[in-house]
Design a protein around this ligand. Sequence first.
Ligand SMILES: *[C@@H]1O[C@H](CO)[C@@H](O)[C@H](O)[C@H]1NC(C)=O
Ligand SMILES: *[C@@H]1O[C@H](CO)[C@@H](O)[C@H](O)[C@H]1NC(C)=O
Ligand SMILES: *[C@@H]1O[C@H](CO)[C@@H](O)[C@H](O)[C@H]1NC(C)=O
Ligand SMILES: *[C@@H]1O[C@H](CO)[C@@H](O)[C@H](O)[C@H]1NC(C)=O
Length: 446
Amino acid sequence: MNTLLLLLLLLIVVILFFSVSINGNGVINEETPKSSCEIQAEQGSNLEIINVNSRCSPFRPKTPLSWEDSVLQMQSNDKARLLYFSSLVAGRSIVPIASGRAVTQNPTYIVRARIGTPAQTLLMALDTSNDAAWIPCTGCVGCTSSTAYDPLKSSTYKPLPCGSPQCNQVPNPSCGGSSCGFNFTYGSSLVAATLIQDNITLASDSVSGYTLGCIQKATGSSVPAQGLLGLGRGPLSLLSQTNSLYKSTFSYCLPGYKSINFSGSLRLGPNSQPIKIKSTPLLKNPRRSSFYYVNLLAIKVGKGLAKVPPTAFAFDPNTGAGTVFDSGTVFTSLVKPAYTAVRDEFRRRMGKATISSLGGFDTCYTVPITVPTLTFMFTGMNVTLPQDNFIIRSSAGTTSCLAMAAAPDAGVNSVLNVIASFQQQNHRILIDVPNSRLGVARETCS
Ligand SMILES: *[C@@H]1O[C@H](CO)[C@@H](O)[C@H](O)[C@H]1NC(C)=O
Ligand SMILES: *[C@@H]1O[C@H](CO)[C@@H](O)[C@H](O)[C@H]1NC(C)=O
Ligand SMILES: *[C@@H]1O[C@H](CO)[C@@H](O)[C@H](O)[C@H]1NC(C)=O
Ligand SMILES: *[C@@H]1O[C@H](CO)[C@@H](O)[C@H](O)[C@H]1NC(C)=O
């Protein structure tokens, strides 16, 4: 009796399986409709930029966070990154200690790179404030992704010896065996890597003999799962290594935070860049050669000028003070006197409405925001942002906060103002190193 029942059940299962899963050609169908997340034909020198939380990102949280939790998570990532920046500006190479529970510092935006022959695809984090390129390698201890680059499967892979000129440009180089090893910190992580060369293919451009780090060991949680593609401008950076191809010129448009189905774009090289674009001079700081410094002069809240003391924005190569554009920080961070002045002007314009807070945001409202725009005034360029670039709204639409914060307190090192990605979304940012300028133009890329 039992056996009969079992057989019957088996028969039903088999019938169900065949009727649901196999089509006429005997190919098993996917249960969900085919998504459009597969590799799009990326043409020329244009790459897609994906937000880590977007539908097509393998790094998006399995269970979506509540709006409040995701804001707090982004703020906590920002804080870790800004403290790391402070340590860089100060020239110390220490690992900042994350207080309390460990922060999982996800990169915000990723691009697709193909490395080696045949190509191995990695979704690398984009970081405009870093020069390095590194990827997790097979056998890496402490890397989080199961996707790693396997050098032994690439016919164009080459380890770089300790005596090579490139080995002199990495931090803390050492000779393990005969290949060039090095250690560095990223956020709150300590990373050990070897220096290698292989082809890198970005969209349809292939660069052979590209020098990058192959991660052997990582501690902490700041290392992007499938590696980092630095777009800074120091030695060994993508810009330096591809100068003949891309002429140290690129632009990007970051998709909106709420547009989870959309991607932005990264355009490498001087071709197909906007011809007419508002721009401000790029400044060089020898202490932080990878940062893109600009000269911020003032901030207008609606029509009112925030009363920022002039010293708060002053560029000073000796202390690292000044203003940078960064794609890895989410919310714009201003040194305390500047933030306080902007916030006070904002509150003044909101009149008597009741103020609440959310984590690091101290200027939140449950009434509609009446401040229509916010203007960053740079040398030679005013950038007027619409509300979507400076107000973050809860999904239910009941709470709205000024999406900026004061720089975390790092003592004398809190000198950097960071124009971050929330303020940059749906704008094209052009970095044109040969002409020493940074351009900004409104563009709906999502
Ligand atoms: C890698 O570079 C070599 C040498 O330049 C070239 O022959 C090969 O086609 C490249 N591989 C890829 C995947 O682009
Ligand atoms: C990197 O750090 C590890 C452990 O902290 C150490 O054993 C190794 O010698 C270091 N390697 C280099 C290249 O500095
Ligand atoms: C994104 O696309 C999915 C599938 O096509 C759809 O169900 C969802 O509503 C879209 N989300 C947004 C925010 O547009
Ligand atoms: C920016 O705006 C200010 C005040 O509105 C104006 O005086 C200045 O000329 C503008 N700068 C540029 C480059 O347009």
